[in-house]
Design a protein around this ligand. Structure first.
Ligand code: PGA
Length: 247
């Protein structure tokens, strides 16, 4: 059976001292995890966390990657730069970036491409807003978002990780139920199967208020292959409990 992936998304949180405490706490509690584990940290701290994680069971992730290769793009960070700092995963198309930075489906798909071209696994986020769910448009929205990534990445699609993150569940304490999440995951799996014969090895993560209490149920669903964890990834014990639930 494919190992699950638990990825922490620290968002814009942390500082040098707190980061070290968090990583050391995780490493102390995580001897031989039965799943894959990653932390996606603010870019400025990639070098710090890279040195703390080297030779350990936790992989390093970034929260974004530029859609451009290199050049005059002030403030951007290229995939090749992330690779130099030991980055294995890059979140792309998180709803906070779609919402606050105007990232379109095409930009997100290009970012996924750029990550793959640099040997980095993109964690592509898709998810509907509350208004879209209430209008019965959940499937239409997530399929449109995923279709752009499939279209841009062709046969490389089997190398991506997809995270279903309903926007209304992010940071709200209101997770999707296991049934709601499994339903959307099964829709995404079917779409990936139609695009790739290797769809069954593509990891589909759930994100949105996954925590120590609800992780076990969510992770028991047949098409939920892991989690993308925000708030609970900042607390050593909660993150370890989620990792244990996935192991
Ligand atoms: P949350 O965030 O776990 O705090 O809801 C998840 C995410 O945004 O990736």
């Amino acid at each position: 059976m494919m190992k699950k992936l638990i990825a922490g998304n620290w968002k814009m949180n942390g500082n040098l001292v707190a980061n070290e405490l968090l990583i050391k706490g995780l490493l102390a509690g995580l001897l031989q995890p039965g799943c894959q584990v990653a932390v996606c940290v603010p870019s400025l701290y990639l070098a710090q966390i890279h040195s703390l994680l080297s030779g350990t069971a936790i992989d390093l992730g970034a929260q974004d990657v530029s859609q451009h290769e290199i050049g005059a793009y002030t403030g951007e960070i290229a995939g090749s730069m992330l690779k130099e700092l030991g980055v294995r995963y890059a979140i792309v198309g998180h709803s906070e970036r779609r919402q606050y930075h105007g990232e379109t489906d095409v930009v997100v798909a290009t970012k996924a491409q750029r990550a793959l071209a640099n040997g980095i696994t993109p964690i592509v986020c898709v998810g509907e807003s509350l208004a879209e769910r209430e209008a019965g448009k959940t499937e239409e929205v997530v399929k449109r978002q995923l279709a752009a990534v499939i279209h841009a990445n062709g046969h490389c699609i089997s190398e991506v990780v997809v995270a279903y993150e309903p926007v209304w569940a992010i940071g709200t304490g209101r997770s999707a139920t296991s049934e709601q999440a499994q339903h959307v995951h099964s829709v995404l799996r079917a779409q990936l199967r139609a695009a790739s014969e290797h769809a069954d090895r593509i990891k589909l993560l759930y994100g949105g208020s996954m925590n120590a209490a609800n992780a076990k149920d969510l992770l028991a669903q047949p098409d939920i292959d892991g989690g993308l964890i925000g708030g609970a990834a900042l607390k050593v014990q909660d993150f370890l409990t989620i990792i244990a639930a996935a192991s």
